[in-house]
Design a protein around this ligand. Structure first.
Ligand code: GLU
Length: 396
């Protein structure tokens, strides 16, 4: 018999959909892709140049498990200057994408039977990572009618003497919600009072619109800094998804444990990507600003377009590059062989009928919604929304 924990885990809906859409494309079917949270921009040229230089210089060997010192220093400097986190190179480990940073954090912290609070809707992998660690995911819902913001009273009710950690993700995937400073301060107080670790996934920190402002919980005071693992990476802000490079920063002793896990699993991430990442942090930030302003235009269009559609309502989140329209008014409706009873049915229907790929909200514990990533061109968003509206119109 296979490992019970692994058997209990669902496949990643986002990762699976990437494969499914690729199959459609291979068959020559023109799918509008709004499923994966992946910038459609190329990695900025100065970052690619640095990678080429690394190759030309033969920088192609193993590096220290936690990453090259130059990059760890650069990350520590960024966390200090931009996020206000008291941090040095020894507090940082460079990982194989932000995903490994989250996974290693959970594995390093959790014993069998520990509880980990996960705020839902949440990214597809948190719950499964907690399960893989042998810990127990405790789900606390953030509500659509509260703009999916952190509700500290609900969170308090979920804390027990078994609570080991709380995972937060702001700006949030999938909802785009950006937690306020005041709510994060309350969370910090709760965590410190109960000696609970905070795994703070900040991968979308640069993707902010209107009045969205990002706050790093580890910056608030020394006590919460000691209990927080701040996670970030290069994929979303610098359009570097394929480079697989992320990082985690936290207390030195805890980081030693994370680095041990990495030393026995993947070792350091790619040497060339590490050099490129230094250029991303140290070089011009202009390409990031350009990408964010493009996302902002798309967000405006998409928000308006979705809310014009019959039976659809959609909140205007101020972060990340997702909108999550509520599609529950279609539940119970059908067209030909398609009956829409949940968000999975809707995502399948939209892919088959409209050739539009979205992620079913249920995969994020958000049963009444679908997730649309606007990390795609405005032209494709326009075409995709026309197709989607037509398919919605057929449902009776
Ligand atoms: N985090 C992105 C998403 O939610 C990439 C896919 C994944 O790693 O889940 O689409």
């Amino acid at each position: 018999m296979f490992n019970k924990r692994v058997l209990n885990v669902k496949p990643s809906a986002t990762a699976e959909l990437i494969g499914k859409v690729a199959d459609y494309k291979r068959r020559g079917i023109d799918v509008m892709q709004f499923n994966v949270g992946e910038p459609d921009f190329d990695t900025p040229a100065h970052i690619c140049d640095e990678a080429r230089l690394a190759l030309d210089n033969g920088f192609t060997r193993y590096t220290a498990v936690a990453g090259i010192h130059e990059l760890r220093e650069s990350i520590a400097k960024k966390l200090k200057n931009e996020n206000g986190i008291d941090c040095a190179a020894e507090n940082v480990a460079v990982t194989v994408g932000g995903k490994q940073a989250v996974y290693n954090s959970i594995i390093a912290l959790c014993n069998e039977g520990d509880e980990v609070i996960v705020l839902t809707p949440c990214w597809v992998s948190y719950i499964e990572m907690v399960t893989l660690a042998g810990a127990i995911p405790v789900l606390v819902e953030t509500k659509e009618e509260e703009d999916f913001l952190l509700n500290i009273d609900n969170l308090k009710k979920a804390v027990t003497d078994k609570t080991k950690a709380i995972i937060i993700n702001t700006p949030n995937n999938p909802t785009g919600a950006v937690y306020t400073r005041a709510s994060l301060e309350e969370l910090a107080e709760l965590a410190v009072a109960n000696n609970i670790y905070v795994i703070s996934d900040e991968i979308y920190e640069k993707l902010l619109y209107e009045n969205g402002q990002h706050h790093s919980i580890a910056s608030f005071n020394e006590d919460i800094n000691k209990l927080t693992l701040t996670i970030n990476g290069f994929a979303k802000a610098f359009a570097m998804t394929g480079w697989r490079i992320g990082y985690v920063a936290g207390d030195k002793d805890l980081m030693k444990q994370l680095i041990k896990i990495q030393g026995h699993s993947t070792s350091a991430t790619n040497s060339i990507a590490q050099k490129a990442a230094v250029a991303a942090l140290e070089g011009t930030q202009e390409p990031v600003a350009h990408m964010v302003s493009e996302y902002a235009n798309r967000r405006e269009f998409l928000f308006k377009r979705l809310n014009e559609m019959e039976n659809i309502s959609c909140a205007k989140a101020t972060g990340a590059f997702y909108l999550v329209p509520n599609i529950s008014k279609f539940f119970g409706k059908s067209y030909n062989e398609y009956s829409i009873n949940d968000s999975f049915d809707m995502a399948d229907y939209l892919l088959d009928e409209a050739k539009v790929a979205v992620v079913p909200g249920k995969a994020f514990e958000m049963p009444n919604n679908i997730r649309i990533a606007y990390s795609n061109s405005l032209d494709n968003i326009k075409e995709g929304m026309n197709r989607m509206e037509e398919a919605f119109g057929k449902l009776k």
